[in-house]
Design a protein around this ligand. Structure first.
Ligand code: SF4
Length: 315
């Protein structure tokens, strides 16, 4: 995950909850992708370090456990960069230029020039990040599947050209809701439309109250359509047990939007309260120690794979 600072509900329901569960069944590696952050923010890197700490405080508060997971920073493991260089020699430009997220971001990011070599090569670096640990699986959302496919293609191409070194990682598709921001756009801190994991009850209520509900529901006596209401999408993510009840009540006009939003804000606050308590106890020093430990563990594994790759290409 790129170091984007404090996390929001989209991160929590879309990734972190799942990452926490994966620790029960897999040997897990979680990386602060600071080089990746440079692909779009190369002109202002001043906040990267603080953002990484803020993000890690949230990871730990959500239940990412340094006793069970290897937590490390990408730029602490230079082997990623060397493997990226090797892979970049064998990756056809067409694979990268066809990547849907590449085309989409070029279209969408208008405020600064991201037309850089590093940005185009982003999926190659990602392949190095994954393959250097010979990962069997990568937890991804549907929109990241094309990236993982490039990783699999690079592994295949390397193995075919030189020697069988890399397994082809499988996607662990996360069945999690994709939460939009409170204004209906993609949830992002830069759009100021996110409910942050650190928000207090009052702030959460204010943000939820600002959300647009079913546009066809003018009066509380009008039956609602939860399927087109973004408040209801949040509800489904937060409290699946109550969803059916609220859905029925909304359709029968037995509940008004003001009450529905208030209940949702209270439930979000209840979910976040224990996380916020845990976060308050986190110390920067502990996070630094976790990263130092992660650097040692990840670095040792990465060095072995890199040596294998070098041998395979007779370097
Ligand atoms: S009652 Fe709730 S689910 Fe129904 S339209 Fe209003 S906010 Fe949405």
């Amino acid at each position: 995950m790129r170091p984007t600072g404090a996390m929001h509900l989209g991160h929590f329901f879309g990734a972190l909850k799942n990452w926490v569960k994966l620790q029960d069944d897999y040997e897990t590696f979680y990386m602060v992708a600071d080089w990746h952050a440079m692909t779009t923010s190369y002109d202002d890197t001043s906040g990267f370090s603080d953002a990484a700490y803020e993000m890690l405080f949230d990871w730990l508060a959500c239940g990412i456990d340094p006793g069970r997971s290897c937590i490390f920073k990408q730029s602490d493991i230079p082997s990623h960069a060397e493997l990226f260089l090797i892979f970049s020699m064998i990756t056809p430009l067409g694979w990268l230029m066809r990547c849907p997220t590449y085309k989409e971001q070029l279209r969408e990011i208008k405020n600064h020039d991201i037309n850089m070599f590093g940005f185009l090569g982003y999926p190659v670096l990602q392949a190095a990040d994954i393959l250097i640990y010979k990962a069997d699986c990568v937890p991804v959302g549907e929109d990241q599947l094309p990236h993982l496919e490039i990783t699999r293609e690079i592994a295949r191409r390397f193995n075919h050209l030189y020697k069988e070194v890399f397994p082809e990682p499988k996607a662990l598709l996360t069945k999690s809701p994709k939460l939009l921001g409170t204004d209906g756009r993609k949830m992002s801190k830069s759009y100021n439309n996110a409910v942050n994991l650190t928000d207090d009850e009052k702030t959460i209520l204010k943000k939820i109250n600002s959300m647009i509900t079913d546009p066809a529901r003018i009066h509380p006596s009008d039956p609602g359509h939860p399927d087109v209401c973004s408040v209801f999408q949040y509800r489904k993510a937060v409290n699946t047990e109550k969803s059916a009840e609220i859905e029925g009540a909304c359709r029968r006009a037995e509940i008004g939007c003001v009450q529905c939003k208030k209940m949702l804000a209270e439930e979000i606050s209840a979910v976040l309260a224990p996380l916020q308590d845990k976060r308050k106890k986190s110390k920067k020093k502990d996070v630094t120690d976790i990263l130092t430990e992660g650097k040692k563990k990840a670095g040792a594994i990465a060095a072995v794979t890199l040596e294998e790759a070098r041998k395979a290409i007779n370097l």
